[in-house]
Design a protein around this ligand. Structure first.
Ligand SMILES: C[S@@+](CC[C@H](N)C(=O)[O-])C[C@H]1O[C@@H](n2cnc3c(N)ncnc32)[C@H](O)[C@@H]1O
Length: 374
């Protein structure tokens, strides 16, 4: 990683955000094949949205993706939407790719227009980027026709608790590893904020969407059987604890550190859209919702070729891409902080290689399609 990437992970956090973003410089794009699988599984929602969108009228049709990161997956999502939409209209279309101000927008812009022309290959399609928290209004009233978010709304708008003393993730450890604990009261604080975050997101998108506009909210989550946090956070927790035990990370820093992300059930995702107490249910019609599991590419490859070194590298790079910025910012600023963070991920690699069965990872997605009421 370059010094520029490092600086961007250390940049000041935006309001209504708990991370500065993914590891940049192409690292997130290169390590987000599992997220892409989770997006592919909701293509029917995208097709449904674009096939039923009212396209009569004049002016530009605008499609916005919130939490787009470096853009590889966001661009592919828009391409999928355009496949259905373009044949239905002669109107110009604008794709808007939005993320936190600290996101690697340089990589995103290169992805959008790498050889001097639109990546979408149509003279009717124009693209732009918008910086800000997805929990704030970011584009003018009534200007959008499709809003989407993928694998992003799990990142909470704020830290509801100052510490999570016995584990690094709000949903707690997996049953397999059981290497820590989160009290039910603490977990509830995150669960309630996660619902309020969906309500905030719906409220601001309701302002931005034109009547009849479509909204797709997809995110990693959990079902009755597994959580997308299982395995990856058990491993990160064990790796961090190795440095608590040798004194390089203080017990106090460990108690304050947690990844500010919550794994929702489908019910927790849809509740704000249907429960009037969140004050947004009259703004949208819930058209479709789904909970699903996708196969993870590095699990499939490992089953096929048994290559443990390759499996461990891909597994650790996958979760490093979305956890590193929070871990860096949780540790006291010092000249040795970057080295220490590198050592944590190297330790994770060693632990996984030594005991791959202790950290099984599965990807559960939850998603909903809504229509903005008139
Ligand atoms: C795991 S990535 C998902 C990227 C892409 N949508 C995909 O599915 O591959 C999560 C993205 O959400 C962004 N994010 C986190 N909190 C956010 C917030 N409050 N507002 C906007 N984006 C946010 C991160 O910066 C990151 O780019």
């Amino acid at each position: 990683m370059t010094e520029t990437d490092r600086q961007s992970t250390k940049a000041t956090q935006a309001s209504h955000a708990t991370t500065t973003g993914m590891v940049g410089g192409g690292f997130y794009d290169a390590n987000s094949a599992p997220q892409w699988r989770a997006i592919e599984a909701v293509f029917p929602l995208i097709t449904n949205a674009m096939a039923t969108l009212e396209v009569e009228g004049e002016g530009t049709i605008r499609l916005a993706d919130f939490g787009c990161s470096e853009g590889h997956n966001s661009i592919a999502v828009m391409a999928e939407a355009l496949d259905t939409l373009l044949p239905r209209t002669t109107r110009s279309i604008q794709t808007i790719h939005s993320d936190l101000p600290t996101n690697d927008f340089s990589k995103l812009l290169l992805n959008i227009r790498s050889d001097g022309r639109s990546v979408f290959g149509s003279e009717k399609v124009f693209s732009c980027v918008v910086a800000g928290s997805m929990y704030d209004q970011l584009v003018p009233d009534g200007s959008l026709h499709l809003a989407t978010t993928f694998n992003a709304i799990g990142f909470l708008s704020r830290r509801p608790l100052s510490q999570l003393p016995d584990y690094i993730f709000p949903n707690g450890p997996s049953a397999v590893r059981s290497n820590g604990k989160v009290s039910e009261t603490d977990r509830q604080a995150f669960a309630e904020l996660a619902k309020q975050d969906v309500a905030s997101f719906l409220k601001v998108r309701a302002r931005e969407l034109a009547p009849g506009g479509k909204l797709i909210v997809q995110v990693f989550g959990r079902d009755s059987d597994a959580s997308t946090s299982d395995g990856i956070y058990d491993l990160l927790n064990d790796a961090v604890l190795a440095f608590v035990e040798n004194g390089e990370i203080s017990r106090d820093a460990y108690a304050r550190y947690y990844q500010p992300v919550y794994m929702r059930s489908l019910e927790e995702l849809t509740a704000p859209a249907t429960d009037p107490s969140y004050a947004v249910s009259d703004l949208f019609k819930l058209d479709q919702s789904m909970s699903y599991e996708v196969p993870v590419p590095f699990n499939e490859a490992f089953q096929r070729n048994g290559n443990l070194t390759e499996y461990a590298a891909q597994y650790v790079d996958f979760f490093r891409a979305f956890t590193e910025a929070v871990l860096i910012n949780a540790l006291p600023d010092s000249p040795r902080r970057d080295k220490l963070v590198n050592k944590v991920y190297t330790k994770a690699l060693e632990l996984l290689m030594a005991n791959p069965d202790a950290y099984p990872f599965r990807y559960i997605g939850v998603a909903m399609l809504l229509t903005r009421k008139a």
